[in-house]
Design a protein. Structure first.
Length: 128
């Protein structure tokens, strides 16, 4: 990661959550434990390498927990840590803000339908 240019905690958060994939991975993990292949299905345009790198970054930041089960084939599961779970309402609030700020008709429907609609709108926008 790049060096920090200030002592602002927001800068550190943005280093971890910036880019296309971290917030989407958190979104899909908010429903519970997922395997690597599940996350690939949820995000079909992410490469194997990028998914591994992003999961490792989130794990290093204490947002995602990686659990390895011995045996053959090796089974690995990912889920949110308590710190990661605390991010979900913040991401929902950011999504609500974005939709309200951009004021399009589709977005207004998402705002009126609450956080679930916001996440749907967020995923749609990220996919574009």
């Amino acid at each position: 990661m790049k060096d920090l240019v200030s002592r602002c905690p927001i800068e550190e958060v943005m280093q971890v959550l910036s880019g296309r994939w971290p917030t989407l991975l958190i979104y899909y993990l908010k429903d519970g434990i997922k395997r690597f292949s599940d996350l690939r299905r949820d995000n079909p345009t992410i490469s194997h390498k990028m998914l591994a790198l992003e999961l490792r970054k989130l794990e290093d930041a204490g947002i995602v927990r990686r659990t390895e089960f011995g045996g053959y084939p090796l089974r690995v599961e990912y889920d949110l840590t308590p710190a990661g779970e605390r991010l979900v309402p913040l991401m929902d609030a950011l999504g609500d803000w974005w939709v309200a700020t951009n004021g399009n008709d589709e977005g207004q429907d998402a705002v009126s339908s609450g956080a679930a609609g916001t996440q749907t709108a967020h995923i749609r926008q990220a996919a574009n």
